[in-house]
Design a protein around this ligand. Structure first.
Ligand code: AMP
Length: 210
């Protein structure tokens, strides 16, 4: 059983890598960002609470995301392990997580700010299936290759919000690198690699732990 945390700034490729590794290991990917976006789409109470924070590039309050994750991890499909993608994002969240989960590894995807800004501001996503794209590689194509839906830019990928999200990352989330280093669980993977090289590096770390 592997309970894994993916750290790293917004745009580092956590979601993309989590998807690949989850498929390989047959465990669920738990993305708090996706859960919150679907709560907003369904106009739930959690979604209402989260929306203003997300649109501004701020973190949603700890108690809201902690409750969401605690409930999700209690589902039967998490028994064989999971990847937490985008949680924890504060030391308070990491401490809470310790009280209800046994984490085996924290994978940190380390990417420079200039690269992140370029990636996030050019990112387009399919609002239906969540598939990510980058304008530089779309060659003018406007629809999702999987299901033909018109691609959109996430509100929080707009340039002014991207700057905010990076500042929030450095202030609130980067301290988790120390937190998981002290716990003996941190594995940092450099950003200057291809998608395939990063997946291979992550799987190697996890195989060594299994
Ligand atoms: P993501 O898709 O992971 O980039 O998350 C998008 C947004 O959702 C973030 O900018 C936050 O506003 C919110 N969010 C996602 N995960 C968390 C978390 N663990 N704690 C607080 N806010 C979160």
């Amino acid at each position: 059983m592997m309970n894994i945390v993916f750290l790293g700034p917004p745009g580092a490729g956590k979601g993309t890598q989590a998807k690949v590794v989850c498929e390989k290991l047959g465990i669920p990917q738990i993305s708090t960002g996706d859960m919150l976006r679907s709560a907003i789409a369904n106009q739930t109470e959690t979604g209402m609470k989260a929306k203003t924070f997300m649109d501004a590039g701020q973190l949603v309050p700890d108690e809201v995301v902690i409750a969401l994750v605690r409930e999700r991890l209690a589902q039967p499909d998490c028994k064989a392990g999971y990847i937490l993608d985008g949680f924890p994002r504060t030391v308070e969240q990491a401490q809470a997580l310790q009280s209800f989960a046994a984490i085996n590894a924290a994978i940190d995807l380390d990417v420079a700010d200039e690269v992140l800004i370029k990636r996030l501001s050019g990112r387009r996503v399919c609002p239906l299936c969540g598939a990510p794209y980058h304008v530089d590689r779309l060659n003018g194509e406007k629809n999702c290759k999987v299901d033909g839906t018109l691609l959109i830019q996430r509100d929080d990928d707009k340039p002014e919000t991207v700057q905010n999200r990076l500042a929030v990352y450095h202030e609130k989330t980067a301290p988790l690198i120390d937190f998981y280093t002290q716990a003996g669980l941190l594995h940092s993977i450099g950003g200057n690699l291809t998608l395939e090289e990063i997946s291979a590096a992550i799987l190697k770390v996890l195989e060594a732990k299994a």
